[in-house]
Write a protein that binds this ligand. Sequence first.
Ligand SMILES: Cc1cc2nc3c(=O)[nH]c(=O)nc-3n(C[C@H](O)[C@H](O)[C@H](O)COP(=O)(O)O)c2cc1C
Length: 268
Amino acid sequence: MNIIRVSSFFYSPTHTTEKIVNAIANGAGIDPLNIIENNLTYPGYEETLIDVEPGDLVIIGAPVYAGRISLTAIERLQKLKFAGNPAVLVAVFGNRNFDDALIELREIATGLGLHPVAAAAFIGEHSYSTKKFPVAKGRPDALDKGKAKEFGNQVARKIRSLKSLDKMSALALPGTFPLPERHVIPPSHVETDFKKCNRCGECQPSCPTGAIYYRGGYHTKPELCTICCACIKVCPQNARIMMSEHVKSFSEMLFTTCQDRKEPAMFI
Ligand SMILES: Cc1cc2nc3c(=O)[nH]c(=O)nc-3n(C[C@H](O)[C@H](O)[C@H](O)COP(=O)(O)O)c2cc1C
């Protein structure tokens, strides 16, 4: 099978998934002009989507939340449709575990009309990582990106060696199938510390769900906040504060239990 273009679709509030998806796409050996990025992260993303063509290799990337694919990513992916393109599935996790995320992504991709041919779980700096409690700080690093590029190269070689996708069996992936009930993340949100905030406004466009609004200062609609931590990471004043005690103690627990460097897992 020939690959004419690579079309990627990713959701990535803190940009780690985006970096890995881009490295995989760059490894596929395609003219950079034929690598099409569809970023599903921000409100209004629908208006920038580029139609997928029959010769496209599709890459789907999303972060792991509580061992599964982020719900916002699922919601946005579910609106897409494909016509039998080969697909690479990418889950990015914060050095704890990706649990059932790749299986979930496989089921979603198959439902959208894709043929998953390969999958990978890469490591990104944990959304909850802080200066005091760093977890997977700075990842993906050069080593991760190199592995992602090489993975993209191997996937492209595999696809080019295939005559058709029709007789391929389902991609075997680690995790529990059928998928168990989702673990419910206790509701919480991020707020502004008005003593530190200088109203620069960096936080507002970083929010993937439009949860931040300005009324004399930047506030959060709690019901829209997914605690993705994008606003915390972009705030130059460290003025965006996690409200949940549960998340604060969880990030301390991650710091003590997830220091050993994990390596990407790839399935071709
Ligand atoms: C609500 C929430 C739940 C998370 N759950 C997990 C998890 O189960 N395992 C893990 O290793 N990392 C977990 N993470 C960390 C993210 O998967 C990781 O930081 C990822 O790199 C974020 O991707 P992004 O940069 O594309 O937003 C979680 C992050 C958030 C915000």
